[in-house]
Design a protein around this ligand. Sequence first.
Ligand code: G3I
Length: 450
Amino acid sequence: MRSLRFGLPLVSLFTGVALLFTAPAAHAADTPLRDLAAAKGKVIGTAVTGSKLTGTYGDLAGSQFSSLTPGNAMKWGTVEPTQGTFNWTEADQIVAFAQAHGQQVRGHTLVWHSQNPGWLTNGTWTSAQLSSLLQNHISTEVGRYKGKIAAWDVVNEPFNEDGSYRSTLWYNGLGSDYIANALTWAHAADPDAKLYINDYNVEGVNAKSTALYNLVKSLKAAGVPIDGVGLQAHLVLGQVPATLQQNIQRFADLGVDVAITELDVRMALPADSTKLAQQKADFKSVVAACVAVSRCVNVTVWGFTDSDSWVDSTFPGYGAATPYDANYAPKPAYYGISEALGGTTTTPPPTGACTAAYSVSSQWNTGFTGQVTISCSGASLSSWKATWTYGAGQQITQAWNAVCTQSGAAVSCTNASYNGTVADGSSVSFGFNAAWSGSNPVPAVTLSPA
Ligand code: G3I
């Protein structure tokens, strides 16, 4: 495809997600997080997607972490999509991977208001039926993995923000007793598994965490098998609660373990070196708070790479929430975790980032003009390649200021001979014309050195 220069009055119609590329560091030389954590008597975990556990994703999941949590594979809607018909494929795969890599598994999650099968949520059940369904579910799933699960998030997200019980299928049908019953049934099915109640926005001392505290206290007083609380820790950049360690300590003082179960720190995109430095500080302070309390046993990140995070689709405009970028390069956040675990890095952490932003500047009934702008802040590039996959049959017909090829839906654009260098603090753009029909969704662009 020929390269030519082209100028248009640019009115951005659609703007794409800017994906991050940080300078790769020689992370292989650094002590793996799981070894650092072990030296502190802690477990470091990540949520995983079973189908991705190969290649670089599998290598990092297996080498850096000592615990895996199935992100979705053990939820009721996944394991029993049709009543009485079970699908354990992904859950079994993750458990087998963990065993092969000497890792714990955190089972997630048995009783939740979300990701339940349609047959369950659409059914009309008496309290007795509901109770029996829940008991069977817990007995079946916990029993299947008996001896293979270190800890279960038995009950997930039972509270509202004000500390009242959340109105759910379970609470509305069974009252708050469902919590004690679920724990008791799980204990019967696997007496060695540690049993947790897990929730979000309970990291600091507040009404919700105090409700959780009071619940755990009463469960312990009643002799109900409760071993720990999970603080999910889906955090916003710069907003680690000041009372995090104090809160962990008060649960520890009740006689239960604490786990940080779903840590991520989201930021407004695009990422830049200032935000990444703040994110490093945030990850570091969360891990340090856990290290400081002996009964805080596990810190688990909710996805270790920005290519496998729930944040981007749930909070449009936010992302870059995990310790590795989408190309598996460790971000400053990775080094924040490492340092909080006592690690000294052999390579200076990357301090900056280059991003690629995709936008459609004009569109007509059969075609459109788009552009991608590559910007660097605290980092630089001497060559670049931007790739994306079109989701609706778009076809590039012409490009300028880059050499673009398209094979099927996959587009790959590398720098022209004259614009491979993107200096710190500068940007370069390239443009293209393309055909579309039906819809023209903005793709996610991945940026890497050419
Ligand atoms: O499996 C289907 C796939 O077949 C379909 O093509 C695709 C299209 O949207 O959806 C896929 O299901 C998605 C599923 O993740 C698996 O990728 C669901 O739409 C999506 O809603 C679901 O999101 C999960 C979310 O829980 C649901 O609330 C996230 O991956 C998962 O990370 C997230 O995890 C929760 C914890 O369990 C509890 N705490 C909060 C945390 C974040 O929401």
